[in-house]
Design a protein around this ligand. Structure first.
Ligand code: ASP
Length: 373
C-alpha cells in the first residue's frame, strides 16, 4: 500500500514539473486552445489555415498495406486527405485547395512560381493565418527554400510530405499533416520563414534536405532542426540566422520568370560536353556540383572558363552533401570571376542563383548574395 502511494506522489510531482516547464517554453497545448471560447483572444481562437495540395506520397496510394515504398504518388485529392485526419478540425479551421496533383520531381520553374504566387495571394487575406502545403518529399527542400526567400509575409508557411502512402502500414502522412497544421497555427511560428515539418521535427526551408530514399527519418538540417512537434505542442529551440521572407530582396509578386540555371554533376571521367550542352540550352549560370571542397578536374577548368567568357556564371558547389566551398581554395575564383556557394547544396544553389540573377549579373554581387542567404 505504501509503495503505490509514494509512486503516485512522485508521478504527480513529475507531471506538475512537466506542465510548468511546458507553459514556460511553449504556447498553450492546442487541445486547450480548441476548448477555449472562439474569438476571445488571438491565442484562444482557432487559426484559419489553407492547405494547398500539390501531390506527392502524402497523396499516394499503394496496392497493399505492405507497399511502403512502391506505390503511386499524387492520386488522393487534398480534401480527402484532410477528411482522413478529423483531429485537424479540433485545432484549426482548415480549407483545402488543389493546385497540382504531381510527384514533386515534376516541379519546374513555372509550377514553382505558380505555387509561390498563390501562397502570397492567400497570405495577404486577413482571414488567413497560415498556409500548409502538401508536397512530395523529393524536392520539398527546393520549394521550401524558394518560398523562404521570396514570400513577403511573416505568417507561418509549412511544407509537409510523407515517406509512406496513406494506405501503408505505419503511414506517416496523417501525423505529419496534423503536426504541420499545429505548427502553422502556432503564434510561435510567426516570422520563422518557410518551414518543413516531417517526422516530429520542424526544419527551416533553408537548411533541410532529404537524405534517405525510403526511411521516415530522412530529413536533416546540418545544424539540426529548429524544433519539435510533440503531443500537440510546437516547440522551438533555435531560429534561422540568415535573412528570409520579409528580410530578402526577392519578392514573389514581382518575379514572372526565372532564368535558366543548370546543375552539372562532377564525377571521375565527367564529360565537358555537359557544360557545352547547358550553355547551348540557354543556361545563364552553371552550378558545378564539384567533388570535395568544390575541386574541378584539370580538363574541366577550360570548358567552365569558356562558359564564363560567354557570360554564363560559374558557381562552384560540392557534391559531398555538407560543408562550405572555400573561395579561392581549390580554384582561383577571384581570377576567373567564379562564385562559390557557401554551404548550399547544388539543388538549392540553383534556386538562389536563379533568384539572384533577377537582380544582378555581376559575379561580385552574386557572390555577396550567396554569402548573405
Ligand atoms: N516521388 C515522390 C514525390 O516527391 C516521393 C515522395 O513524396 O515522398 O512526390
Amino acid at each position: 500500500m505504501q509503495r503505490p502511494a509514494k509512486l503516485t506522489t512522485l508521478a504527480t510531482l513529475l507531471l506538475s514539473a512537466a506542465l510548468l516547464t511546458g507553459t514556460a517554453h511553449a504556447q498553450l497545448a492546442p487541445s486547450a486552445s480548441a476548448s477555449a471560447p472562439a474569438g476571445t483572444t488571438a491565442e484562444a481562437r482557432k487559426a484559419n489555415i489553407v492547405i494547398i495540395g500539390t501531390g506527392g506520397t502524402i497523396a499516394g496510394a499503394g496496392a497493399s498495406a505492405t507497399n511502403t515504398a512502391a506505390y503511386q504518388s499524387a492520386v488522393v485529392p487534398v480534401d480527402k486527405i484532410i477528411a482522413s485526419v478529423p483531429e485537424i478540425s479540433k485545432v484549426a479551421n482548415v480549407k483545402g485547395e488543389q493546385i497540382f496533383q504531381i510527384g514533386s520531381e515534376s516541379f519546374n520553374n513555372e509550377r514553382l512560381l505558380k505555387l509561390g504566387k498563390r501562397v502570397s495571394e492567400l497570405l495577404k487575406q486577413p482571414d488567413v493565418d497560415g498556409i500548409v502545403i502538401t508536397h512530395g518529399t523529393d524536392t520539398i527542400e527546393e520549394t521550401a527554400y524558394f518560398l523562404n526567400l521570396t514570400l513577403k509575409s511573416d505568417k507561418p508557411v509549412v511544407v509537409v510530405g510523407s515517406m509512406r502512402p496513406g494506405t501503408a502500414l505505419g503511414a506517416d502522412g496523417a501525423l505529419n499533416l496534423y503536426d504541420a497544421v499545429l505548427v502553422a497555427s502556432s503564434p510561435a511560428s510567426k516570422g520563422k520563414g518557410a518551414l518543413v515539418v516531417l517526422n516530429d521535427e520542424i526544419h527551416t526551408g533553408r537548411d533541410v534536405t532529404k537524405t534517405n530514399t525510403f526511411k521516415t527519418e530522412t530529413f536533416r538540417s546540418p545544424f539540426g532542426p529548429l524544433g519539435y512537434v510533440v503531443e500537440g505542442r510546437t516547440l522551438y529551440y533555435r531560429t534561422l540566422a540568415r535573412p528570409h521572407t520579409l528580410q530578402t530582396e526577392f519578392d514573389i509578386d514581382k518575379i514572372d520568370k526565372l532564368p535558366e540555371v543548370a546543375v552539372v554533376y562532377a564525377y571521375g571521367n565527367v564529360n565537358p560536353a555537359s557544360i557545352d550542352a547547358a550553355v547551348k540550352n540557354g543556361a545563364k549560370a552553371i552550378v558545378y556540383a564539384a567533388t570535395g571542397n568544390g575541386s574541378v578536374g584539370d580538363y574541366m577548368v577550360e570548358p567552365l572558363k569558356a562558359a564564363q567568357a560567354k557570360g554564363v556564371q560559374v558557381v562552384r558547389a560540392s557534391r559531398t552533401g555538407s560543408g562550405i566551398v572555400v573561395r579561392n581554395a581549390e580554384q582561383p575564383d577571384d581570377k576567373y570571376n567564379w562564385i562559390v556557394t557557401d554551404d548550399q547544396l547544388p539543388q538549392k544553389a540553383r534556386i538562389l542563383m536563379a533568384l539572384a540573377l533577377t537582380k544582378t549579373n555581376d559575379p561580385k554581387a552574386l557572390q555577396q548574395i550567396f554569402w548573405k542567404y
